[in-house]
Design a protein around this ligand. Structure first.
Ligand SMILES: [Zn+2]
Ligand SMILES: [Zn+2]
Length: 287
């Protein structure tokens, strides 16, 4: 089948390598039907409202605000240039911050008509250890401020739930659904954390969102896709749409392990992947 990769980054976010065009070209080489360009939306709009944001190196997490215009323009040009070879889709991965939707939307609304979809993500926690990007390896010492990893997972799911329930936060796809496991941080009370994950999935279902099966975990210490197979089975039971994302931060990571993952999903009875254009969802058959 012709794969579709809905989650990629590029050098604009200042922690990925390769130009947007590099990602498009490799996707064409690999025979993809869709390459979703979904770079990190700027954090700068937050900085005046959340003073403690200065403690995290957010300048390295996303593109600067003054690149937004050229990002969209480049995508306009490149999708036209390559339209006979691949569908290039325009997107953002946007971090959720409580009570900040009004600020975010001031910037985001200018580009909404250009977007094919929005990835909604939580990478930063405001909890027991203060404000911290739990998936940034430079802050692993913060994990020690928690008694058990379970607490980080609970904080994460609480934040995801607030995101999903926030009517003013625009999103189509929920990303890396069990990201706190990235550094192989396993939980003690599995049942408790699973309950919280299921509660979150029920909200996903209620808002009719899509969940991403993200293969980048396979490249990380945990050596497992996000989310785990246990969660994937619940996604199936709740009949929540899914699609694949590599979360590529290097061109060669485009469609990373998509064959293996698709096989796994087929053996767990999935028959369709979601597909987006101008924020409208349709489906393609998995074959
Ligand atoms: Zn990134
Ligand atoms: Zn992410």
């Amino acid at each position: 089948m012709h794969f579709e990769d809905w989650h990629t980054h590029n050098s604009l976010c200042r922690h990925a390598v390769g130009s947007i065009e590099d990602y498009i070209k490799i996707a064409i080489d690999r025979g993809l039907n869709v390459i979703g360009i979904s770079d990190h939306f700027p954090y700068e709009y937050l900085s005046s409202e959340i003073p403690s944001l200065e403690d995290i190196p957010y300048e390295g997490y996303a593109m600067p605000t003054n690149n937004l215009e050229s990002y969209i323009l480049q995508l306009d040009n490149l999708s036209e240039k390559y339209k006979d070879q691949i569908h290039v889709r325009t997107a953002f991965e946007i971090d959720f911050f409580k009570h900040q939707d009004h600020l975010l939307n001031k910037y985001l609304n200018n580009y909404l008509t250009k977007l094919d979809y929005i990835l909604g993500s939580v990478h930063v926690l405001f909890g027991k250890a203060g404000i911290f990007a739990f998936d940034d390896g430079r802050f692993l010492n913060k994990y020690k401020e928690y008694d058990v990893n379970d607490e980080i997972f609970i904080e994460f799911y609480t934040s995801l739930q607030t995101m999903i329930k926030s009517p003013t936060f625009k999103l189509d796809i929920v990303t890396h659904f069990d990201l706190p496991k990235k550094f192989d941080k396993r939980v003690e009370d599995k049942e408790l954390v699973m309950e919280k994950a299921i509660e979150t999935l029920e909200l996903v279902k209620k808002r009719d969102l899509t969940v991403e099966i993200n293969t980048s975990g396979l490249r990380k210490k945990v050596k497992e896709q996000y989310p785990s197979l246990d969660i994937i089975k619940i996604i199936y039971d709740l009949d929540i749409p899914i699609l694949l994302g590599s979360d590529a931060h290097k061109p060669e990571e485009v469609a990373y392990e998509f064959k293996t993952m698709t096989k796994m999903l087929i053996s767990n009875n999935f028959t369709q992947f979601a597909h987006f254009e101008k924020r409208k969802r349709t489906f393609i058959e998995i074959d």
